[in-house]
Design a protein around this ligand. Structure first.
Ligand SMILES: NC(=O)c1ccc[n+]([C@@H]2O[C@H](COP(=O)([O-])OP(=O)(O)OC[C@H]3O[C@@H](n4cnc5c(N)ncnc54)[C@H](OP(=O)(O)O)[C@@H]3O)[C@@H](O)[C@H]2O)c1
Length: 244
């Protein structure tokens, strides 16, 4: 029996692609997303019955902790965890409201903190287990309208660096992938109202053009694997040269 992984954000985009990749190689995956319908649709396309799904909306740290504790009891422990959940929230600072701040920060920070808190238990994350989280080039490059989204990713990267110190005492690891624009459902929503020339400009900021979900999946798989056992606390650029 191959390993067992937990993927948050498995109902769409990067989390979906990593889940499908793991399943195709014979691993078991517990996939979390908000939409039970989307998870069910992905599940029904799998040739394996190793994909277990649960829907959950992360908006509160304690509830998330309770939910993940129950998930570990039912399906755990896990070899590795990929946290890809998150939502776009692009707004000029003068327009922001409490709800925007909550949506930009709470899901990714609360879920990552809940994962981290539980990861010291071997019933949740196995010995030498690895956690990978998704960040964005926006943490390193300022742009109007991006302050909330970008600073939430900056906070996440800082969390990765600090958490690595505490996890290392148990031989466990955490790293982040700092992605440029990748063609997912989120990317489609973000670019759908750009004009042709705006889209071209955006793509040309990436030396190698927009990425495909697989471009991220390869690196996530490496970071989840023992092959990367000497890497922790790092945020790795996978951005088609955006930050070059
Ligand atoms: N795509 C890019 O270009 C890109 C670049 C850099 C960084 N990133 C980051 O990578 C992550 C994944 O992006 P993506 O493109 O794969 O996005 P996506 O296609 O929109 O997928 C996001 C996933 O997160 C889940 N989710 C969102 N809010 C949630 C909440 N409050 N509770 C539980 N689940 C929640 C969604 O669930 P439902 O679909 O079921 O609602 C979905 O499974 C995000 O954090 C994003 O910021 C993406």
């Amino acid at each position: 029996m191959k390993g067992n992984y937990l993927v948050l954000g498995a109902s769409s985009g990067l989390g979906k692609n990593v889940s499908e990749n793991l399943l195709s190689e014979g691993f078991s995956v517990v996939g979390i997303g908000r939409s039970a319908q989307k998870l069910q649709a992905i599940s029904s396309q799998q040739k394996t019955n190793s994909f277990h799904t649960e829907s959950f909306n992360v908006d509160n740290f304690d509830d998330c902790l309770e939910f993940l504790t129950a998930i570990a009891k039912k399906f755990g422990p896990f070899e590795g965890i990929f946290n890809s959940l998150g939502q776009e929230r692009f707004k000029a600072l003068k327009m922001i409201k409490n709800k925007d701040i909550e949506l930009a920060f709470n899901p990714i920070i609360f879920s990552t903190l809940a994962i981290l808190k539980l990861s010291f238990k071997k019933e949740f994350l196995k010995e030498r287990g690895s956690i990978v989280v998704m960040s964005s080039v926006s943490s390193q490059s300022g742009k109007s309208g991006m302050a909330l989204y970008a600073s939430a990713r900056g906070a996440l990267e800082s969390l990765v660096k600090n958490a690595a110190h505490e996890l290392a005492s148990q031989g466990k690891r955490i790293n982040a992938v700092r992605a440029g624009a990748v063609e997912t459902e989120m990317h489609e929503r973000l670019t759908s109202n750009l004009s042709g020339s705006q889209l071209q400009d955006y793509e040309s900021n990436h030396l190698l053009g927009f990425g495909k979900p697989e471009d991220i999946t390869h690196v996530v798989r490496f970071l989840l694997d023992e092959k990367s056992s000497w890497i922790t606390g790092s945020t790795i650029n996978v951005d088609g040269g955006f930050l070059a």
